[in-house]
Design a protein around this ligand. Structure first.
Ligand SMILES: C[S@@+](CC[C@H](N)C(=O)[O-])C[C@H]1O[C@@H](n2cnc3c(N)ncnc32)[C@H](O)[C@@H]1O
Length: 343
């Protein structure tokens, strides 16, 4: 049994090494370890993995064994040789061929988010995002910084779509949306949530509203099996008319913006609503006192380093919605990463 002092030191070490854990995950994904093991007809040794990935045998062995400790891989020893294969976790979320693969998001976190977090201290000092420090781009127009190249826009769009294969149904099913046959997903990006929506509600149609560049990229690079029920509409949600709809969805949009900008957007949506219409806000909700859950707090700090916004408590969303004229505000926590508020 370790002493309280040793336990505290262990906790501190765990925290300070947290970034190493992320990097093991990012590197294994980037090198294609999980895809290789998924495609191999049988478990592979470190030398075989290194040969097929073109990596060093020393580094590969260290990486694979660390992945075992993180439960990303499992190992069995046969005639003195360690053979590796994917665990259920990696097969489900890290293999490219899996419908729930989160690989695009991990790539975005590794290549963009991680670099912004390297400037967290400065972000706390300044109270603003760190695109200038991390990438040398000004961020007075937030999405010009986020979409600083065509490649970066595609990475962002691919990354953001991943979570909806896992969390889409819980958030869209938190309320019965079947009374809303025409839905507009405002800031709907690649249409990933729209796809989940048309699959969960077979009678609904979804118009995805986003910037002209995003709409163009979505139409060029993303496929739509339900194309007849998903349409795209390009514009600026702070200025241009919004498409007609029974329900407007705002998923991970309000958390990008200050209260003032959120109020402006919500007032525009309220103005576009028909009687009986509504808005569904999908965000990661903070606890009532703002002190948890840890994931939502980390997301809020992420908003500090990458956007102009923050995560909010249910009361903060209620106040924004009420000020824009919405009534009958209901919050549902899903138990997953994202929660739903219908107003
Ligand atoms: C954080 S992303 C969320 C995307 C998507 N709703 C999701 O949850 O995956 C914010 C989205 O808002 C869009 N957006 C930002 N500013 C916009 C504007 N002025 N007009 C229209 N869309 C905008 C972005 O292009 C992006 O797709």
């Amino acid at each position: 049994m370790s002493s309280p002092e040793e336990q505290a030191f262990r906790l501190l070490t765990e925290y300070s090494n947290g970034f190493m854990v992320s990097q093991v995950l990012f590197a294994a994904c980037e090198l294609g370890v999980f895809d290789l093991l998924a495609e191999a007809p049988e478990p592979l040794g470190a030398a075989a993995v290194a040969a097929r990935l073109g990596t060093s045998s020393h580094g590969t062995e260290l990486l694979l064994d660390t992945c075992v400790s993180l439960k990303l891989l499992q190992v069995e020893t046969k005639t003195g040789k360690a053979l590796y294969q994917n665990t259920e976790l990696s097969s489900t979320y890290l293999v490219r061929a899996s419908p729930k693969c989160q690989g695009n998001m991990l790539r975005y976190l590794a290549r963009t988010t991680y670099l912004c977090w390297g400037h967290l201290t400065q972000a706390v000092r300044d109270g603003r995002n760190q695109y200038l420090e991390a990438f040398g781009v000004p961020s007075d127009q937030l999405f010009s910084a986020i979409y600083r190249s065509e490649d970066e826009r595609l990475q962002f769009m691919r990354g953001l779509q991943d979570v909806w294969s896992v969390s889409g149904r819980p958030v869209l099913g938190a309320f019965d949306l079947s009374p809303f046959p025409l839905i507009c997903d405002v800031g709907g990006c690649s249409g990933a949530l729209a796809k989940e929506c048309t699959s969960l509600y077979p009678a609904c149609r979804v118009a995805v509203f986003d910037t002209p560049e995003v709409v163009q990229t979505a139409e060029k690079h993303f496929s739509f099996p339900e194309a007849a029920r998903i349409s795209f509409c390009a514009g600026d949600f702070f200025k241009d008319p919004l498409p007609e709809a029974d329900l407007y969805i705002l998923a991970r949009v309000l958390h990008d913006w200050t209260d003032e900008r959120c109020s402006r957007l919500l007032a525009r949506i309220h103005g576009a609503c028909k009687p009986g219409g509504g808005v569904l806000v999908i965000e990661s909700l903070l606890a009532a006192d703002g002190r948890g859950p840890l994931t939502a707090q980390l997301y809020s700090l992420n908003m500090l380093v990458q956007t102009e916004g923050r995560e909010r408590t249910p009361a903060q969303y209620r106040a924004l919605l009420a000020a824009a004229g919405f009534r009958h505000v209901q919050c549902r926590r899903t138990g997953g990463l994202y929660d739903a508020i219908l107003a």
